[in-house]
Design a protein around this ligand. Structure first.
Ligand SMILES: NC(=O)c1ccc[n+]([C@@H]2O[C@H](COP(=O)([O-])OP(=O)(O)OC[C@H]3O[C@@H](n4cnc5c(N)ncnc54)[C@H](OP(=O)(O)O)[C@@H]3O)[C@@H](O)[C@H]2O)c1
Length: 363
């Protein structure tokens, strides 16, 4: 589910709106939709006119299909106007920097929580067929404000299926972990810092889930395709220790242990043990089923799927999939990030194999 593209037929002739469409995920989604589906219209909804201008230039050849709508998810009236005539919505708009959330909590609540409520209300009123909202591993048993706002958003979208009642609108969630190379994340940070000869490491055992932007976008489209309404779709993706990433990016660098920062976990989690009994193992991904009474697994065809055992959790520390160093190198090189220029040369030989850590017992 994370590498394939769903049958583009379901999007053929449809109108798809992406909130936060100028972001990393939005850009990738637009590329995939233009390449693999034949939507009637793709609407990008976001606040900053310059990002929209840049994106319009990038996709100039598709101006007949691609439209831009300036707006803020905090503004329900604007969303209602934007949603007119739209079939599917992908809700990617969010504030997402963990430290910024701790210092600006009300701003995160306004965008990530009240914005979610506005998207739900506007989608029901406009008769949208399906809404796929984005979530993060930080939303499972959250310990920081960002994760807490995304958990709240997830719960609002699940409950949105009740609010929609007899109307057709259905809501589901796609939750995943760190996107390799995303803005402000650890890979660009290590690439920038390795010239100093010192890489700060929070904790030698810290692990993270890793997914490429392309896989993330494909996963979201598959969730939009497969959803019945109320599911949290979780891809099975590999983990890597942050210290192994540091060894890869700066093999000659000294590591300075700086300690886990406020709001950070040692290992991330995508399915919390309290949701384990309600989770289905679908091979390439998990589905966390909703606990609200609108959900009928028999009607939705989920009753024949394999359940996870009670207490099951999915954490980056106890993962049975690990990123191979060669794969991480390839993913980093493909991004062409600043600071990686000389790595093309340096990484022409095979990477030293680092043993995968023993599974952690707690996430
Ligand atoms: N990147 C990751 O590692 C990661 C991992 C897991 C989940 N996710 C989730 O995936 C989604 C997309 O992430 P991304 O990496 O594409 O983020 P991104 O690159 O930061 O893009 C965020 C987008 O949201 C827009 N936006 C922000 N506030 C808005 C508002 N109030 N109203 C309308 N648009 C607004 C931004 O454009 P303007 O500033 O112009 O409005 C931008 O287009 C998010 O929901 C995030 O929580 C990301």
């Amino acid at each position: 589910m994370i590498d394939r593209i769903p049958d583009g037929q379901f999007l053929s002739g449809k109108s798809v709106l992406i909130t936060g469409g100028t972001g990393s995920l939005g850009n990738k989604l637009v590329s995939l939709l233009l390449e693999h589906a034949a939507p009637r219209r793709i609407i990008v909804f976001s606040r900053d006119e310059f990002k929209q201008f840049t994106m319009a230039e990038k996709f100039r050849a598709h101006s007949q299909v691609l439209r831009f709508f300036l707006g803020d998810v905090r503004d329900k009236d604007r969303l209602k106007r934007a949603f007119e005539g739209v079939d599917y919505v992908i809700h990617a708009a969010a504030l997402k920097q963990v430290p910024a959330a701790e210092y600006n909590p009300f701003e995160f609540v306004k965008t990530n929580v009240l914005g979610a409520e506005n998207v739900i209300d506007a989608a029901i009123d406009a008769g949208i067929q399906r809404v796929a909202a984005l979530s993060t591993d930080k939303a499972a048993n959250p310990i920081n404000l960002y994760g807490a706002t995304k958990l709240c958003s997830d719960k609002l979208f699940v409950a949105g299926n009740s609010y929609s009642g007899a109307r057709q609108t259905r809501f589901a969630i796609a939750r995943y972990g760190n996107v390799v190379g995303s803005r402000g994340s650890v890979i660009p940070f290590f690439l920038q810092r390795r010239a100093t000869g010192v890489l700060p490491i929070t904790h030698p055992e810290m692990t993270r889930f890793w997914i490429t932007l392309d896989q993330a976008a494909r996963f979201v489209l598959n969730a939009l395709h497969a959803m019945r309404g109320g599911e949290i779709f979780v891809p099975k993706i590999p983990s890597m220790r942050v210290v192994d990433l540091a060894r890869l990016i700066g093999p000659d660098c000294r590591h300075e242990i700086v300690g886990i920062r406020p709001g950070e976990k040692l290992h991330e989690m995508m399915v919390e043990p309290e949701a384990g009994h309600n989770t289905l193992d679908c091979g390439t991904h998990y589905i966390i089923q909703p606990v609200l009474n609108f959900w009928d697994p028999a009607v939705n065809g989920y009753d024949v799927m394999r359940s996870c055992p009670a207490g099951f959790s999915y954490t980056s520390g106890a993962n049975d999939r690990w990123v191979e160093p060669e794969d991480m190198k390839r993913m980093i090189l493909e991004l062409n990030l600043p600071g990686a220029e000389d790595l093309h040369q340096a990484w022409s030989g095979p990477a030293p194999r680092t043993p995968h850590p023993a599974p952690a017992t707690a996430g």
